[in-house]
Design a binder for this molecule. Sequence first.
Ligand code: ZN
Ligand code: CU
Length: 487
Amino acid sequence: MAEYDIVIRNGQVADGTGKRLFAADVALKGDRIAAVEPPGTLKGASEIDATGKVVAPGFIDVHTHDDTALIDNPAMAMKASQGVTTVVCGNCGVSAAPYLNTEVGHWMSLIIKKKENASKDFAGFAAKVEAAKPAINGAFLIGHGTLRMNAMGDDLNRVATASEIKVMHDLLDQSLEQGAIGMSSGLFYAVSNAASTDEVAEVAAPLGKWGGVYTAHMRDEGDDILKAMDETFEIGRRAGAEIIVSHHKCSGRSNFGRMVETLPKFTDAMKQQQIAFDVYPYIAGSTILRSDMLERADKVLITWSDKVAGMSGRDLKDIAREMGCSMKEAADRLQPAGAIYFMMDEKDVQAAMAHPGAMIGSDGIPFDAHPHPRLWGTFPRVLGHYSRDLKLFSLEDAVRRMTSYSAQRFHLTRRGEIKPGFYADICVFDPATVIDTATFEKPISPARGIDTVLCNGQVAWRDGKPGGGRGGRVLKRQDIQAEAKAG
Ligand code: ZN
Ligand code: CU
């Protein structure tokens, strides 16, 4: 009888730490990596031939809005097809739990298609995700914006009162106890924009007690970005939490080139406190349609509109011309809607991605009719376009920024490395052909060169389609901390 369940044979291992590729067979038993040994020495009940391929840890998408996509689309093709085996959800201040209201408004619709997927507490939400048996793992942040809606209803254009802060604080405390891994804020968004620094720091206080992380879609990514960075660092310090700045960018033409200010500022701050950031490999962002963002963008594409049919994928300028009105007026007529904004400089994007504090996160929005191509393309694009073709960094370093570094910053114990005892989250890909195929014109398209993807030892993706394995788990704070303690 074979000693192992699966042996991945004859591949080049990129173990996730950034170490040079080496030839090895990787043996799996149950949900774990059991052995990494010279080629030809291990025997498995089944084998995967990885000749000419790279065997890497499954990628960790640290910035997602896949909270309820894990329930509605448990095969998670848009992520498994990229080699992603874990998604960190609840970013940008919006999470599906704890949500005490019954209606899902415009902003919550970013992450929720069916309102029954929202949950009053995190434990209930985690149970829904587990019941759906997703193909890949989920770890969850609690959104400060969602907490605000619970405590303040629709009356959001002001600082929260002391008693409202207490409600939010206690909901966060309870959620962390039940297994959320941290809190996110989105002070850029209308729901949270009126919140003061003090409010967020006071709400976030339980993070220190539970060892939760703080992720921030900052108040400003344009003219006032340096001030917004200071605010973010202060909130993390006061909450006693490690910080991950979300989708770092310098937004708007007048801010192009300002990575020469923000990146040294990160480097300095990283000497004082634990700070990192995520980046997606595109010069366009995407969120709900906001008329105050139109001026800042060189081009705006509509991703969905509930009001006017047939608008998805179209340029707002063309829509405005047809309607015979201004872009702002056209935007108003489409609402509620979502959009893609071309607002970054390619050189800035590359500088951010190559910084020591950078890891990869897609920021994909799962339910859009015509989504930003990052939803299907982020990880293969970094491997194929930025690492192989542009040589921005080595393949080993690209993999590190998608795996071990991400796992360390989010404290995802025993994930992100090819190492005995670690979970069998694995991506086998062809380094010569791996590339994104999703474009702004045709955004729903699986990448090329992703061969086999395993999550907790089960096949999540193979031969260009979902592999049928549904081994994904909810990575709960108490579980990953207990495992870290056990060593
Ligand atoms: Zn965001
Ligand atoms: Cu986001």
